[in-house]
Design a protein. Structure first.
Length: 306
């Protein structure tokens, strides 16, 4: 058997390392002997056997024990003892109270990390970044979204015309600060009428009332928002399928994809250039080389007016 030495290259803080690369002096996040929860244990050394690695570890209370694992088992590592979680919890409480006074956070120290939960308020990514700058090394963050805010996201979808898009609903919930005050008031009213937190129920009630829901909430009826049908950014073009009056909106980045989809739809309807009145033609349109142009001079793709 061979023994690892401290001359080996040490892993970076927080790096995931296999058991065969662990060196003395590091701390690994594992379940200590005679303990039910996970905790940080110091590596005193390791020996390689025929089929496994025997790690000599020390618990937080100084108790030593051995742990045999396969060489490919991955551990979360830290170079040196971590800051006690109670201290980290105090740091987290102070930073969150000063940075987000309008949001109520629940901060609890747990085995090797700090658990932070809250409802609505800032996103998880924002809180994680704030805690990292405060010196909280291993926070666990979870944000719950209230029914009123879910209804507010449905109101925004109604303005965009994307009520059937589940992915868009989830993306809107990532940044709750983007909603306007009127949208929040409409969301509260919609949640009261629907009496449910379910997205499908809220969307069905929104289709029933429409944006005229504003009349019951005491706010002005919001204007529809013109967005790209794919990425929901501001659009620059309208895309209309041949022989159809309905059109969709597209930004410059999504225009090639939108054009190809519309061209395939035309082909599936049997509206190829041989079936067009006046002969028809194919052109190198911005939507793609196979875009169909109406023979009377009206293109399938039109730029929006400034």
């Amino acid at each position: 058997m061979t023994t690892t030495t401290t001359s080996q290259r040490s892993a970076a803080v927080g790096e995931l390392v296999t058991a065969e690369r662990l060196v003395a002096g590091q701390c690994v996040y594992t379940r200590p002997l005679a303990r039910s929860g996970m905790d940080w244990c110091e590596v005193r050394g390791s020996k390689r056997g025929r089929d496994n690695i025997r790690l000599a570890l020390t618990r937080r209370d100084g108790k030593r024990f051995l742990l045999a694992v396969r060489p490919e088992v991955v551990f979360r590592t830290l170079d040196g003892r971590p800051v006690p979680t109670v201290v980290e919890a105090d740091l987290a409480n102070a930073r969150l109270a000063s940075g987000y006074p309008a949001t109520r956070f629940r901060v609890r120290p747990s085995a090797g990390e700090v658990s932070v939960t809250w409802t609505d308020g800032p996103s998880v990514a924002t809180v994680l970044a704030s805690l990292a700058t405060a010196g909280v090394a291993h926070p666990y963050c979870r944000r719950d979204v209230s029914g009123a805010m879910r209804a507010t996201a449905v109101v925004r979808q109604a303005r965009e015309g994307s009520l059937a898009d589940h992915d868009r609903h989830q993306r809107l919930l990532e940044d709750l600060e983007a909603f306007t005050a009127d949208e929040r008031r409409l969301g509260i009213q919609l949640h009261r009428f629907a009496d449910s937190d379910d997205r499908l129920t809220l969307a069905a009630k929104m289709r029933e009332y429409g944006l005229l829901l504003a009349d019951t909430a005491g706010v002005a009826c919001p204007e529809p928002i013109r967005v790209c049908c794919h990425c929901h950014r501001p659009p620059q073009f309208t895309v209309r399928r041949l022989w159809h009056t309905d059109s969709t909106l597209s930004c410059a980045a999504c225009l090639p994809r939108t054009g190809r989809e519309d061209t395939r739809s035309c082909a599936s309807d049997g509206l190829t250039d041989q079936h067009q009145e006046g002969g028809g033609a194919l052109s190198n349109h911005p939507a793609g080389p196979d875009s169909v142009v109406r023979p009377i001079g009206h293109p399938v793709i039109e730029a929006l007016a400034e």
